[in-house]
Design a protein around this ligand. Structure first.
Ligand SMILES: NC(=O)c1ccc[n+]([C@@H]2O[C@H](COP(=O)([O-])OP(=O)(O)OC[C@H]3O[C@@H](n4cnc5c(N)ncnc54)[C@H](O)[C@@H]3O)[C@@H](O)[C@H]2O)c1
Length: 444
Protein backbone atom coordinates (compact mmCIF):
# COMPACT_ATOMS: atom_id res chain seq x y z
CA UNK A 1 0.00 0.00 0.00
CA UNK A 2 1.05 3.60 -0.47
CA UNK A 3 1.24 5.30 2.91
CA UNK A 4 2.13 8.72 4.23
CA UNK A 5 3.20 9.09 7.86
CA UNK A 6 3.12 12.67 9.07
CA UNK A 7 5.57 13.22 11.95
CA UNK A 8 9.04 11.63 12.07
CA UNK A 9 9.31 11.38 15.87
CA UNK A 10 9.39 8.34 18.16
CA UNK A 11 6.07 7.05 16.84
CA UNK A 12 6.06 8.34 13.26
CA UNK A 13 9.54 7.15 12.35
CA UNK A 14 9.04 3.70 13.86
CA UNK A 15 5.63 3.36 12.16
CA UNK A 16 7.09 4.43 8.81
CA UNK A 17 10.10 2.09 9.08
CA UNK A 18 7.99 -0.92 10.14
CA UNK A 19 5.35 -0.49 7.43
CA UNK A 20 8.16 -0.12 4.87
CA UNK A 21 9.81 -3.26 6.25
CA UNK A 22 6.62 -5.16 5.38
CA UNK A 23 6.89 -4.02 1.76
CA UNK A 24 4.65 -0.96 1.75
CA UNK A 25 5.74 2.23 0.00
CA UNK A 26 5.99 4.81 2.76
CA UNK A 27 6.57 8.55 2.66
CA UNK A 28 7.56 9.96 6.04
CA UNK A 29 6.78 13.67 6.27
CA UNK A 30 7.95 16.14 8.89
CA UNK A 31 7.77 19.93 9.16
CA UNK A 32 11.32 19.96 10.56
CA UNK A 33 13.54 20.34 7.47
CA UNK A 34 16.74 19.70 9.43
CA UNK A 35 15.36 16.38 10.70
CA UNK A 36 14.29 15.33 7.20
CA UNK A 37 17.63 16.32 5.63
CA UNK A 38 19.43 14.36 8.35
CA UNK A 39 17.24 11.30 7.74
CA UNK A 40 17.98 11.44 4.01
CA UNK A 41 21.68 11.30 4.94
CA UNK A 42 21.11 8.36 7.31
CA UNK A 43 21.11 10.40 10.54
CA UNK A 44 18.51 9.05 12.98
CA UNK A 45 17.25 11.88 15.21
CA UNK A 46 16.45 9.66 18.23
CA UNK A 47 18.00 6.71 20.01
CA UNK A 48 15.83 3.64 19.54
CA UNK A 49 17.48 0.20 19.41
CA UNK A 50 17.39 -1.31 15.89
CA UNK A 51 15.76 1.69 14.23
CA UNK A 52 18.82 2.79 12.29
CA UNK A 53 19.06 -0.58 10.48
CA UNK A 54 15.39 -0.54 9.54
CA UNK A 55 15.52 3.04 8.26
CA UNK A 56 18.74 2.54 6.29
CA UNK A 57 17.60 -0.72 4.67
CA UNK A 58 14.19 0.51 3.60
CA UNK A 59 15.53 3.89 2.47
CA UNK A 60 18.22 2.20 0.34
CA UNK A 61 15.69 -0.24 -1.10
CA UNK A 62 13.43 2.71 -1.99
CA UNK A 63 10.42 1.76 0.08
CA UNK A 64 10.92 4.56 2.61
CA UNK A 65 11.12 8.20 1.57
CA UNK A 66 11.61 11.37 3.60
CA UNK A 67 10.18 14.76 2.72
CA UNK A 68 8.79 18.03 4.08
CA UNK A 69 6.26 18.12 1.22
CA UNK A 70 2.94 17.25 2.84
CA UNK A 71 0.88 18.16 -0.23
CA UNK A 72 2.70 15.73 -2.52
CA UNK A 73 2.68 13.00 0.13
CA UNK A 74 -1.09 13.30 0.63
CA UNK A 75 -1.73 13.18 -3.09
CA UNK A 76 0.43 10.09 -3.67
CA UNK A 77 -0.92 8.04 -0.74
CA UNK A 78 -4.07 6.07 0.02
CA UNK A 79 -3.62 5.99 3.81
CA UNK A 80 -2.31 9.01 5.72
CA UNK A 81 -1.22 8.56 9.35
CA UNK A 82 -1.08 11.61 11.60
CA UNK A 83 1.69 10.94 14.13
CA UNK A 84 2.60 14.42 15.33
CA UNK A 85 2.95 15.45 18.98
CA UNK A 86 -0.01 16.14 21.30
CA UNK A 87 1.70 17.81 24.27
CA UNK A 88 -0.04 18.94 27.42
CA UNK A 89 -1.75 22.32 27.13
CA UNK A 90 -1.83 24.85 30.01
CA UNK A 91 -5.17 23.55 31.32
CA UNK A 92 -4.04 19.90 31.26
CA UNK A 93 -5.90 19.05 28.05
CA UNK A 94 -4.10 17.65 24.99
CA UNK A 95 -2.86 20.39 22.68
CA UNK A 96 -4.29 19.41 19.31
CA UNK A 97 -2.85 22.29 17.32
CA UNK A 98 -0.33 20.13 15.42
CA UNK A 99 -2.91 17.41 14.67
CA UNK A 100 -5.47 19.93 13.41
CA UNK A 101 -2.82 21.83 11.40
CA UNK A 102 -1.98 18.58 9.61
CA UNK A 103 -5.70 17.84 9.10
CA UNK A 104 -6.14 21.31 7.56
CA UNK A 105 -3.21 20.73 5.20
CA UNK A 106 -4.70 17.36 4.23
CA UNK A 107 -7.99 19.11 3.44
CA UNK A 108 -6.14 21.62 1.29
CA UNK A 109 -4.52 18.92 -0.82
CA UNK A 110 -6.97 16.01 -0.89
CA UNK A 111 -7.28 14.80 -4.48
CA UNK A 112 -9.38 11.65 -4.12
CA UNK A 113 -10.51 9.02 -1.61
CA UNK A 114 -8.15 8.69 1.39
CA UNK A 115 -8.12 7.03 4.76
CA UNK A 116 -6.87 9.43 7.41
CA UNK A 117 -5.58 7.70 10.53
CA UNK A 118 -5.13 9.25 13.97
CA UNK A 119 -1.95 7.60 15.23
CA UNK A 120 -1.20 10.36 17.72
CA UNK A 121 -2.80 9.97 21.15
CA UNK A 122 -5.84 12.23 20.95
CA UNK A 123 -8.84 12.71 23.22
CA UNK A 124 -12.34 11.51 22.57
CA UNK A 125 -13.97 13.67 19.91
CA UNK A 126 -10.81 14.48 17.96
CA UNK A 127 -11.86 12.51 14.86
CA UNK A 128 -14.93 14.75 14.65
CA UNK A 129 -12.68 17.83 14.88
CA UNK A 130 -10.39 16.44 12.17
CA UNK A 131 -13.42 15.92 9.94
CA UNK A 132 -14.73 19.43 10.60
CA UNK A 133 -11.39 21.00 9.63
CA UNK A 134 -11.06 18.90 6.47
CA UNK A 135 -14.65 19.65 5.44
CA UNK A 136 -14.02 23.36 5.92
CA UNK A 137 -11.04 23.19 3.55
CA UNK A 138 -12.90 21.10 0.98
CA UNK A 139 -15.82 23.56 1.08
CA UNK A 140 -13.51 26.53 0.61
CA UNK A 141 -11.94 24.78 -2.39
CA UNK A 142 -15.42 24.01 -3.73
CA UNK A 143 -14.58 20.30 -4.08
CA UNK A 144 -16.05 17.16 -2.58
CA UNK A 145 -13.88 14.08 -2.03
CA UNK A 146 -14.80 11.08 0.05
CA UNK A 147 -12.50 10.14 2.93
CA UNK A 148 -12.64 8.22 6.21
CA UNK A 149 -11.14 9.09 9.58
CA UNK A 150 -9.85 6.15 11.61
CA UNK A 151 -8.51 6.03 15.16
CA UNK A 152 -5.55 3.66 15.45
CA UNK A 153 -3.75 4.48 18.70
CA UNK A 154 -0.16 3.34 19.14
CA UNK A 155 0.95 1.23 22.11
CA UNK A 156 4.68 0.95 21.40
CA UNK A 157 7.16 1.55 24.24
CA UNK A 158 10.29 3.61 23.72
CA UNK A 159 13.33 1.36 24.07
CA UNK A 160 11.52 -1.66 22.58
CA UNK A 161 9.51 0.24 19.98
CA UNK A 162 10.43 -1.88 16.95
CA UNK A 163 9.60 -5.14 18.66
CA UNK A 164 6.35 -3.72 20.00
CA UNK A 165 5.34 -2.50 16.56
CA UNK A 166 6.38 -5.65 14.72
CA UNK A 167 4.79 -7.99 17.29
CA UNK A 168 1.95 -6.04 18.87
CA UNK A 169 -0.21 -7.50 21.67
CA UNK A 170 -3.17 -6.08 19.78
CA UNK A 171 -4.06 -3.51 17.16
CA UNK A 172 -6.95 -1.21 18.00
CA UNK A 173 -8.86 0.24 15.08
CA UNK A 174 -11.76 2.62 15.54
CA UNK A 175 -13.79 3.21 12.40
CA UNK A 176 -17.37 3.52 11.25
CA UNK A 177 -17.17 1.64 7.98
CA UNK A 178 -16.72 -2.10 7.35
CA UNK A 179 -14.65 -1.56 4.18
CA UNK A 180 -12.18 0.65 6.03
CA UNK A 181 -11.95 -1.92 8.80
CA UNK A 182 -11.03 -4.54 6.17
CA UNK A 183 -8.39 -2.24 4.67
CA UNK A 184 -6.81 -1.63 8.09
CA UNK A 185 -6.88 -5.37 8.82
CA UNK A 186 -5.09 -6.02 5.53
CA UNK A 187 -2.47 -3.38 6.32
CA UNK A 188 -1.78 -4.92 9.72
CA UNK A 189 -2.12 -8.59 8.68
CA UNK A 190 1.67 -9.17 8.46
CA UNK A 191 2.08 -7.97 12.06
CA UNK A 192 -0.55 -10.26 13.60
CA UNK A 193 0.29 -13.63 12.05
CA UNK A 194 0.70 -14.94 15.61
CA UNK A 195 -3.06 -14.57 16.14
CA UNK A 196 -2.86 -11.45 18.22
CA UNK A 197 -6.08 -9.62 17.50
CA UNK A 198 -7.00 -6.60 15.45
CA UNK A 199 -9.82 -5.20 17.57
CA UNK A 200 -12.32 -3.21 15.56
CA UNK A 201 -14.49 -0.75 17.47
CA UNK A 202 -16.12 2.63 17.04
CA UNK A 203 -13.89 5.70 16.77
CA UNK A 204 -14.71 7.20 20.17
CA UNK A 205 -14.00 3.92 22.01
CA UNK A 206 -10.65 3.58 20.22
CA UNK A 207 -9.70 7.12 21.21
CA UNK A 208 -10.55 6.38 24.84
CA UNK A 209 -8.86 2.96 24.84
CA UNK A 210 -5.40 4.51 24.54
CA UNK A 211 -5.97 6.82 27.51
CA UNK A 212 -7.53 4.03 29.56
CA UNK A 213 -4.50 1.78 28.90
CA UNK A 214 -1.99 4.46 29.93
CA UNK A 215 -4.06 5.49 32.94
CA UNK A 216 -4.26 1.89 34.15
CA UNK A 217 -0.49 1.38 33.86
CA UNK A 218 0.25 4.71 35.53
CA UNK A 219 -2.14 3.84 38.36
CA UNK A 220 -0.41 0.48 38.80
CA UNK A 221 2.90 2.32 39.28
CA UNK A 222 1.38 4.72 41.80
CA UNK A 223 -0.26 1.79 43.60
CA UNK A 224 3.04 -0.02 44.19
CA UNK A 225 4.68 3.27 45.20
CA UNK A 226 1.95 3.81 47.77
CA UNK A 227 2.54 0.30 49.12
CA UNK A 228 6.31 1.01 49.19
CA UNK A 229 5.66 4.13 51.23
CA UNK A 230 3.59 2.07 53.69
CA UNK A 231 6.44 -0.48 53.80
CA UNK A 232 8.91 2.25 54.73
CA UNK A 233 6.75 3.13 57.75
CA UNK A 234 5.94 -0.39 58.91
CA UNK A 235 9.22 -2.18 58.23
CA UNK A 236 7.66 -4.52 55.66
CA UNK A 237 9.92 -5.50 52.75
CA UNK A 238 8.57 -4.01 49.52
CA UNK A 239 10.47 -6.48 47.38
CA UNK A 240 8.80 -9.42 49.12
CA UNK A 241 5.38 -7.75 49.06
CA UNK A 242 5.80 -7.05 45.33
CA UNK A 243 6.64 -10.69 44.62
CA UNK A 244 3.87 -11.84 46.89
CA UNK A 245 1.18 -9.94 45.04
CA UNK A 246 2.67 -10.11 41.53
CA UNK A 247 2.52 -13.90 41.53
CA UNK A 248 -1.26 -13.67 41.51
CA UNK A 249 -2.11 -13.98 37.82
CA UNK A 250 -4.89 -11.42 38.25
CA UNK A 251 -2.26 -8.89 39.34
CA UNK A 252 0.91 -9.88 37.43
CA UNK A 253 4.53 -8.78 37.87
CA UNK A 254 4.71 -6.16 35.12
CA UNK A 255 4.56 -2.47 35.95
CA UNK A 256 4.75 -3.30 39.61
CA UNK A 257 8.16 -1.87 40.46
CA UNK A 258 8.44 0.81 43.12
CA UNK A 259 10.57 3.77 42.19
CA UNK A 260 10.61 7.46 41.38
CA UNK A 261 7.30 7.20 39.56
CA UNK A 262 6.33 7.49 35.94
CA UNK A 263 7.61 10.11 33.54
CA UNK A 264 8.18 10.35 29.82
CA UNK A 265 6.29 11.96 27.01
CA UNK A 266 3.12 9.89 27.46
CA UNK A 267 1.89 8.91 30.94
CA UNK A 268 2.02 12.34 32.62
CA UNK A 269 0.34 14.21 29.77
CA UNK A 270 -2.13 11.43 28.99
CA UNK A 271 -3.20 11.22 32.65
CA UNK A 272 -3.71 14.99 32.67
CA UNK A 273 -5.67 14.85 29.41
CA UNK A 274 -7.94 12.06 30.68
CA UNK A 275 -8.51 13.92 33.95
CA UNK A 276 -9.38 16.99 31.88
CA UNK A 277 -11.80 14.99 29.71
CA UNK A 278 -13.53 13.54 32.79
CA UNK A 279 -13.83 16.96 34.50
CA UNK A 280 -15.10 18.61 31.33
CA UNK A 281 -17.94 16.06 31.41
CA UNK A 282 -18.67 16.91 35.06
CA UNK A 283 -17.08 13.75 36.48
CA UNK A 284 -14.41 14.10 39.19
CA UNK A 285 -11.85 11.31 38.43
CA UNK A 286 -10.81 10.56 42.03
CA UNK A 287 -8.65 7.53 41.29
CA UNK A 288 -6.71 9.28 38.50
CA UNK A 289 -6.24 12.38 40.66
CA UNK A 290 -4.81 10.24 43.46
CA UNK A 291 -2.46 8.35 41.10
CA UNK A 292 -1.15 11.67 39.78
CA UNK A 293 -0.68 13.12 43.26
CA UNK A 294 1.23 10.02 44.46
CA UNK A 295 3.42 10.20 41.36
CA UNK A 296 4.22 13.85 41.89
CA UNK A 297 5.07 13.30 45.57
CA UNK A 298 7.33 10.35 44.87
CA UNK A 299 10.19 12.45 43.44
CA UNK A 300 9.82 15.10 46.13
CA UNK A 301 9.85 12.47 48.90
CA UNK A 302 13.03 11.00 47.44
CA UNK A 303 14.79 14.39 47.46
CA UNK A 304 13.49 15.02 51.00
CA UNK A 305 14.95 11.65 52.06
CA UNK A 306 18.39 12.57 50.66
CA UNK A 307 18.22 15.94 52.39
CA UNK A 308 17.24 14.40 55.70
CA UNK A 309 20.13 11.91 55.54
CA UNK A 310 22.49 14.89 55.27
CA UNK A 311 20.76 16.67 58.19
CA UNK A 312 18.70 18.90 55.96
CA UNK A 313 21.59 20.38 54.01
CA UNK A 314 23.13 19.16 50.74
CA UNK A 315 24.91 22.45 50.00
CA UNK A 316 28.53 21.85 49.01
CA UNK A 317 28.05 18.08 48.59
CA UNK A 318 29.02 16.23 45.45
CA UNK A 319 26.31 13.83 44.32
CA UNK A 320 26.72 11.26 41.57
CA UNK A 321 23.60 10.62 39.47
CA UNK A 322 23.24 7.48 37.37
CA UNK A 323 20.50 7.83 34.78
CA UNK A 324 18.81 10.86 33.23
CA UNK A 325 16.40 9.39 30.66
CA UNK A 326 12.87 8.70 31.88
CA UNK A 327 13.47 4.98 31.49
CA UNK A 328 16.21 2.72 30.14
CA UNK A 329 16.64 2.11 26.41
CA UNK A 330 15.85 5.65 25.31
CA UNK A 331 17.42 9.09 25.12
CA UNK A 332 14.02 10.64 25.87
CA UNK A 333 14.15 12.83 28.99
CA UNK A 334 10.72 14.43 28.70
CA UNK A 335 9.17 14.56 32.21
CA UNK A 336 11.99 12.31 33.46
CA UNK A 337 11.91 11.94 37.27
CA UNK A 338 15.73 12.08 37.15
CA UNK A 339 15.66 15.65 35.90
CA UNK A 340 13.40 16.77 38.75
CA UNK A 341 15.77 15.14 41.24
CA UNK A 342 18.86 16.69 39.58
CA UNK A 343 17.42 20.19 39.42
CA UNK A 344 16.06 20.12 43.00
CA UNK A 345 19.43 19.00 44.42
CA UNK A 346 21.35 21.49 42.27
CA UNK A 347 19.02 24.27 43.45
CA UNK A 348 19.77 23.22 47.03
CA UNK A 349 23.47 23.80 46.41
CA UNK A 350 24.80 20.32 45.62
CA UNK A 351 27.20 19.67 42.75
CA UNK A 352 25.87 16.94 40.47
CA UNK A 353 28.09 14.57 38.50
CA UNK A 354 25.65 12.96 36.07
CA UNK A 355 25.97 10.05 33.69
CA UNK A 356 23.50 8.41 31.33
CA UNK A 357 24.31 5.92 28.55
CA UNK A 358 22.12 7.74 25.98
CA UNK A 359 20.39 10.72 27.51
CA UNK A 360 23.23 13.20 28.16
CA UNK A 361 22.63 15.44 25.12
CA UNK A 362 18.86 15.53 25.56
CA UNK A 363 19.21 16.16 29.32
CA UNK A 364 21.65 19.02 28.73
CA UNK A 365 19.19 20.54 26.30
CA UNK A 366 16.19 20.06 28.62
CA UNK A 367 17.88 21.32 31.81
CA UNK A 368 19.57 24.26 30.08
CA UNK A 369 22.52 26.09 31.57
CA UNK A 370 23.14 24.71 35.10
CA UNK A 371 26.75 25.24 36.21
CA UNK A 372 26.32 22.87 39.19
CA UNK A 373 25.51 19.97 36.87
CA UNK A 374 28.54 18.28 35.32
CA UNK A 375 28.06 15.62 32.65
CA UNK A 376 30.72 12.93 32.80
CA UNK A 377 31.60 10.15 30.43
CA UNK A 378 31.20 7.03 32.59
CA UNK A 379 29.28 5.84 35.61
CA UNK A 380 32.54 5.46 37.55
CA UNK A 381 33.73 8.96 36.68
CA UNK A 382 30.49 10.24 38.21
CA UNK A 383 31.51 8.67 41.54
CA UNK A 384 34.84 10.47 41.91
CA UNK A 385 34.77 12.27 45.26
CA UNK A 386 31.00 11.75 45.60
CA UNK A 387 29.23 12.01 48.96
CA UNK A 388 26.51 9.72 47.66
CA UNK A 389 25.26 7.98 44.53
CA UNK A 390 21.71 8.51 43.32
CA UNK A 391 20.26 5.97 40.90
CA UNK A 392 17.41 7.43 38.91
CA UNK A 393 17.10 5.26 35.78
CA UNK A 394 17.40 1.45 35.75
CA UNK A 395 19.80 1.02 32.81
CA UNK A 396 21.00 -2.59 32.64
CA UNK A 397 24.65 -1.45 32.85
CA UNK A 398 23.95 -0.20 36.41
CA UNK A 399 22.71 -3.57 37.64
CA UNK A 400 26.01 -5.34 38.33
CA UNK A 401 28.63 -2.66 38.88
CA UNK A 402 32.02 -3.15 40.50
CA UNK A 403 31.09 -2.21 44.06
CA UNK A 404 34.68 -2.30 45.35
CA UNK A 405 35.74 0.16 42.65
CA UNK A 406 32.72 2.32 43.47
CA UNK A 407 33.67 2.44 47.14
CA UNK A 408 37.25 3.36 46.35
CA UNK A 409 36.11 6.32 44.23
CA UNK A 410 33.46 7.74 46.56
CA UNK A 411 34.05 10.04 49.49
CA UNK A 412 31.21 8.33 51.39
CA UNK A 413 29.77 4.91 50.43
CA UNK A 414 26.12 5.94 50.37
CA UNK A 415 23.57 4.91 47.73
CA UNK A 416 20.08 6.31 47.27
CA UNK A 417 18.49 3.92 44.82
CA UNK A 418 15.38 5.33 43.20
CA UNK A 419 14.89 2.11 41.19
CA UNK A 420 15.54 -0.61 43.77
CA UNK A 421 18.23 -2.35 41.71
CA UNK A 422 20.21 -4.17 44.38
CA UNK A 423 19.88 -6.77 47.07
CA UNK A 424 19.99 -4.71 50.29
CA UNK A 425 21.65 -7.43 52.38
CA UNK A 426 24.48 -7.84 49.85
CA UNK A 427 25.08 -4.11 49.55
CA UNK A 428 25.08 -3.61 53.31
CA UNK A 429 27.65 -6.39 53.62
CA UNK A 430 29.91 -4.53 51.23
CA UNK A 431 29.88 -1.57 53.55
CA UNK A 432 27.46 0.74 51.78
CA UNK A 433 24.67 2.70 53.41
CA UNK A 434 21.88 1.69 51.05
CA UNK A 435 18.51 3.43 50.83
CA UNK A 436 15.86 2.43 48.34
CA UNK A 437 12.18 3.15 47.70
CA UNK A 438 10.31 1.48 50.54
CA UNK A 439 13.10 1.83 53.11
CA UNK A 440 12.86 4.74 55.48
CA UNK A 441 15.94 6.97 55.51
CA UNK A 442 17.66 6.42 58.82
CA UNK A 443 16.24 2.88 59.18
CA UNK A 444 18.90 0.17 59.18
N1 LIG B 1 6.67 8.38 22.33
C1 LIG B 1 5.95 7.32 22.65
O1 LIG B 1 6.42 6.38 23.27
C2 LIG B 1 4.50 7.23 22.22
C3 LIG B 1 3.84 6.00 22.32
C4 LIG B 1 2.51 5.93 21.91
C5 LIG B 1 1.86 7.07 21.46
N2 LIG B 1 2.54 8.27 21.40
C6 LIG B 1 1.81 9.43 20.88
O2 LIG B 1 2.24 9.64 19.53
C7 LIG B 1 2.27 11.04 19.23
C8 LIG B 1 3.64 11.43 18.75
O3 LIG B 1 4.56 11.24 19.81
P1 LIG B 1 6.13 11.24 19.58
O4 LIG B 1 6.75 10.87 20.87
O5 LIG B 1 6.44 10.46 18.35
O6 LIG B 1 6.39 12.82 19.29
P2 LIG B 1 7.72 13.49 18.80
O7 LIG B 1 7.73 14.83 19.44
O8 LIG B 1 8.88 12.59 18.96
O9 LIG B 1 7.48 13.67 17.21
C9 LIG B 1 6.53 14.50 16.65
C10 LIG B 1 7.04 14.92 15.26
O10 LIG B 1 5.98 15.62 14.59
C11 LIG B 1 6.56 16.68 13.86
N3 LIG B 1 5.54 17.68 13.57
C12 LIG B 1 4.92 18.53 14.43
N4 LIG B 1 4.02 19.29 13.76
C13 LIG B 1 4.06 18.91 12.47
C14 LIG B 1 3.34 19.31 11.30
N5 LIG B 1 2.40 20.24 11.35
N6 LIG B 1 3.64 18.69 10.14
C15 LIG B 1 4.58 17.73 10.09
N7 LIG B 1 5.29 17.31 11.16
C16 LIG B 1 5.03 17.90 12.33
C17 LIG B 1 7.68 17.19 14.75
O11 LIG B 1 8.65 17.92 14.02
C18 LIG B 1 8.23 15.88 15.31
O12 LIG B 1 9.27 15.35 14.50
C19 LIG B 1 1.81 11.75 20.50
O13 LIG B 1 0.44 11.95 20.44
C20 LIG B 1 2.13 10.73 21.60
O14 LIG B 1 1.30 10.88 22.72
C21 LIG B 1 3.84 8.36 21.75
Amino acid sequence: MKLAIVGAGYVGLVTAACFAEMGNEVICVDADAEKINGLKKGRIPIYEPGLEDYVRRNFNEKRLFFTTDLAGSVQKSLVIFIAVGTPQDKDGSADLSAVLAVARDIGKHLNGYKVIVEKSTVPVGTAAKVRAVINEELASRGVDFEYDVVSNPEFLKEGTALDDFMKPDRIVVGCDDVRVAELMKELYAPFVRTHHPVIIMDVVSAELTKYAANAFLATKISFINEIANICSLTGANISMVRQGIGSDSRIGHLFLFPGLGYGGSCFPKDMQALIHTARSHGYPPRLLDAAEAINFDQREKFVEGIKSYFNGNVKGLTLAVWGLSFKPGTDDVREAPALTVVSRLAELGATIQAYDPQGMATAKQELGEMPQVKYVSSCYEALTGADALIISTEWTSFREPDFERMKSLMKQPVIFDGRNLYNPAKIDQMGFQYFYVGKKIGAQ
